[in-house]
Design a protein around this ligand. Structure first.
Ligand SMILES: NC(=O)c1ccc[n+]([C@@H]2O[C@H](COP(=O)([O-])OP(=O)(O)OC[C@H]3O[C@@H](n4cnc5c(N)ncnc54)[C@H](O)[C@@H]3O)[C@@H](O)[C@H]2O)c1
Length: 414
């Protein structure tokens, strides 16, 4: 008799905005989407977008619907917590009915966290971790300008805690935006380096979601964990993302004006967000947080630099999934050959778009490796989501190999 397989009885959790609108030029629907929510909109963005023609169009669009917009343009990359408090202080008196986040992940996460603080009050530390947000927050409308973080659809916001000098996450289904409006035209201005690091961030989301741990089906799991591990819906979106990102990332980096590549890449990043927003991410994300804190390098660069090492380390626990990734990107052959090719091609793609090959290339020092491994272990939600169980010794080996550019010998770690 055939052995029962996990997918004989599918289990699925999808976490997504109430409305997800995608397409070139579709930002023009903003006024229609927000009109039922009230008359006052706080727009969280940064200096670059605030000075753009797209911002003028957005203001006009909101004004047409009789919506008063107050713009906060002080969002900084990687979202230092001081900037979140500055926004809340400046905008509290305005008493907005909704918060619009337009920009990269930093601006969208700013909108989520400002909506949280304006609804439930501070301090922010109260909400670090999972399920700490007590209830609904002001509606957030997210418009990404990078492809990217997927924050427009995810239940998490990431900030840099200015006092602790560490990135921290606040995860709650209440932080999922009310609506996401994904207009690939907004990414046409991304320079190649930004396209590369944000696209590689999306690829890491998709691969880590597709290879995440699979938990036994449990009716309470979606209310015990924000990130429930891989499932039928996350698998579907992760593979869509991998197909689109492998197909178009290099093109979008090489040809910033290639509208088809931009559109496919944004489609890939949204799908990756839908995948990891339920399944979660794993070791590459756990290790990037302390690496980013020490090297002050962007999140996307760090996770993508780590990704091939993590895939190699995990290969023995997820060969079938890696083989499926191989097939999705057009590799034929035995499962083992396809799994091997998936790792090699991921490394080659990252190299071709200029992602640093090692943690040393990111600026990490050898004497910082043990601290990085110890801090990574503190991100229990990410460590426990890894397909292969991780001990501190494993993470030390992984970090050392990613520092030296050595392919981790998975058998030696078994
Ligand atoms: N909430 C989530 O689900 C989630 C997931 C992954 C990462 N993140 C977080 O998102 C942040 C990173 O976001 P990001 O990679 O999108 O970058 P970002 O938002 O930090 O922006 C980086 C820079 O790119 C510029 N930029 C953005 N869009 C542009 C455009 N269209 N043209 C030209 N320049 C543009 C910005 O002005 C900024 O200077 C980090 O804080 C990371 O931790 C959040």
């Amino acid at each position: 008799m055939r052995t029962p397989q996990p997918l004989d009885h599918p289990f699925g959790v999808m976490r997504a905005p109430r409305e997800l609108i995608f397409g070139d030029g579709h930002r023009a629907v903003l006024g229609e989407v927000v009109a039922p929510l009230g008359r006052k909109a706080l727009v969280c963005t940064d200096r670059r977008f605030a000075a753009s023609a797209a911002m003028d169009g957005m203001r006009a669009n909101l004004a047409e619907k009789g919506i008063e917009a107050r713009v906060f343009d002080g969002t900084l990359a990687e979202l230092p917590s001081d900037s979140i408090h500055a926004c809340v202080e400046q905008c509290r008196g305005f008493a907005p009915d909704m918060v619009i986040g337009v920009g990269g992940g930093s601006c969208m996460d700013m909108a989520k966290l400002v909506a949280l603080l304006l609804t439930h009050g501070g301090p922010l530390e109260r909400y670090y971790g999972e399920f700490k947000v007590p209830g609904p927050v002001l509606p957030v409308i997210a418009l990404p300008t990078t492809a990217g973080t997927g924050s427009e659809v995810t239940p998490v916001a990431v900030l840099a805690d200015s006092a602790r000098d560490l990135k921290v996450g606040i995860s709650s289904p209440w932080l999922i935006p009310y609506a996401a409006i994904c207009d690939p035209e907004l990414t046409h201005t991304c320079p190649p380096a930004l396209t590369a690091l944000s696209g590689a961030d999306a690829l890491t989301h998709a691969i880590e979601a597709f290879t995440a741990i699979r938990h036994p089906a449990d009716p309470l799991i979606a209310h015990q964990r924000v990130f429930v591990g891989r499932n039928v819906f996350s698998d579907h979106h992760a593979l869509e993302a991998i197909r689109a990102i492998f197909g178009y990332l290099e093109r979008a980096v090489a040809e910033p004006g290639d509208a088809q590549a931009r559109s496919q890449l944004m489609y890939g990043s949204v799908c990756a967000g839908l995948a990891f927003g339920a399944a979660g991410t794993a070791a590459a994300h756990a290790i990037q947080y302390p690496v980013g804190a020490l090297t002050h390098t962007p999140h996307g660069l760090g996770v993508a630099a780590l990704l091939p090492y993590v895939m190699r380390f995990n290969a023995s626990a997820c060969e079938a999934e890696l083989a499926r990734i191989g097939a999705t990107i057009g590799v034929a052959g035995s499962p083992q050959a396809r799994a091997h090719a998936a790792i090699e091609r991921t490394q080659a793609l990252c190299a071709s778009i200029g992602i640093p090959r090692t943690l040393a290339d990111l600026g990490l020092r050898r004497d910082q490796l043990d601290w990085v491994a110890e801090q990574s272990m503190l991100a229990a939600r990410l460590i426990n989501n890894n397909p292969r169980p991780l001990t501190l010794d494993h993470v030390k080996t992984l970090v050392r190999d990613a520092f030296e550019g050595v392919a981790t010998d998975t058998r030696a770690l078994a």
